[in-house]
Design a protein around this ligand. Structure first.
Ligand code: AMP
Ligand code: TRP
Length: 345
């Protein structure tokens, strides 16, 4: 953030997750747990379920609705308080799509072409990818800037998209000679900004990995969690005394990072505690720790999911509050661009 932006924009946090599949441990440690910490720090927080992003690739309509409610339940079960934070699904606030369109006209094709997530998701057959998938980062910029959000907590993989959001804000401000959109900061902190697959230390843990053994889902029961950690790929060396010793041991480093994030310790403190111990000791300790942190969340999710109408009510309430912040910002954007908007709701 520039100093000018710092003084002009009050701190506001925005982040989002796509409602696709179950949340995995990487989402929890890299995103949701951080969202809750930010909420509890007293800053204004807005958290979104980005269903419009989800449909950039095919989603079965019934599955999409279920995944949206399940993600809302995961957020709340993890400690997000829908009274203190604003929690809603993106498609209920029309400003996201409206500002997204304006940003489609600000962002350049070349910028989108450079996005690694686009290259990964579109694969070799980019011709067959949806236009929405290509424009995905510009909708993400709209999500953030529709609220003049100053801080965006995300995992490492979203850094490039937040940087693009900054580029869009800067270009918009420059083209229209205004100081209207903040230059947002990504917040990528903690021991678990990039949780890796349990089967392959060079791949990130992902909801969409075909191997269920590669990840811990928030919905996994205690036995499944323990079994997945037991089978996690590692080497046969004991844990070293310092982090230096994990330099070329990505799988071991990943488990240490997960332990640190769950226990709210530094990775240095974890290796100091387990120095000289083998995985025969460390893995069960990690599994116990994970179960003790995750099973209350899974139980609470089940309870919340039993009342989908209540979840829908919470999302509707959040959408109304989000819309109240978005509307004046969108109205001013229309004005700046020269779009007549005489209707007022
Ligand atoms: P997604 O599942 O792609 O919608 O991601 C939702 C959020 O979780 C984003 O902030 C991601 O950066 C974060 N995230 C996803 N996978 C991981 C991971 N393996 N490690 C850390 N953060 C992650
Ligand atoms: N692209 C993000 C992801 O896949 C999700 C997302 C959409 C997001 N809009 C956002 C994250 C706005 C932060 C802020 O994880």
């Amino acid at each position: 953030m520039t100093d000018a932006a710092k003084s002009k924009f009050t701190p506001r946090v925005f982040s989002g997750i796509q409602p696709t599949n179950h949340l995995q441990l990487g989402n929890y440690l890299g995103a949701v747990k951080r969202f809750v910490e930010m909420q509890n720090s007293g800053i204004e927080t807005i958290y979104c379920i980005v269903d419009l992003h989800a449909i950039t690739v095919w989603q079965d309509p019934v599955d999409l609705q279920n995944a949206t409610r399940e993600l809302a339940a995961s957020y709340i079960a993890s400690g997000l308080d829908p009274k203190r934070s604003i929690l809603f699904n993106q498609s209920q606030v029309p400003g996201h799509a409206e500002l997204g369109w304006i940003f489609n006209c600000v962002a350049r094709m070349g910028w989108m072409n450079r996005m690694t997530q686009w290259k990964d998701k579109a694969g070799k057959d980019a011709e067959k990818a949806s236009l929405g998938l290509f424009a995905y980062p510009s909708l993400m910029a709209a999500d953030i800037l529709l609220y003049h959000a100053t801080h965006v907590p995300v995992g490492e993989d979203q850094k490039q998209h937040v940087e693009l959001t900054r580029d869009i804000a800067i270009k918009f401000n420059h083209d229209f000679k205004v100081d209207f959109f903040p230059v947002t900061q990504p917040v990528i902190e903690g021991a678990a900004t990039r949780v890796m697959s349990l089967r392959d230390g060079s791949k990130k843990m992902s909801k969409s990995d075909p191997s269920d053994a590669s990840r811990i889902n928030l919905t996994d029961d205690a036995d499944t969690v323990a079994q997945k950690f037991r089978k996690a790929r590692t080497d046969s060396e004991p844990l070293p005394e310092t982090l230096e010793g994990l330099k070329d041991r990505p799988e071991a480093r990943n488990l240490v990072n997960i332990y640190a994030a769950l226990a709210e310790m530094t990775p240095e403190a974890v290796v100091a505690e387990y120095a000289g111990q083998g995985f025969g000791t460390f893995k069960p300790a990690l599994a116990d720790l994970a179960v003790s942190k995750l099973s209350p969340i899974a139980d609470e999710m089940k309870r919340l999911m039993a009342d989908p109408a209540e979840i829908d009510r919470i999302l509707g309430d959040g959408a109304a509050r989000a819309n109240a912040i978005a509307e004046p910002i969108l109205a001013q954007t229309y004005d700046i661009v020269g779009l007549i908007r005489s209707r007022r709701t």
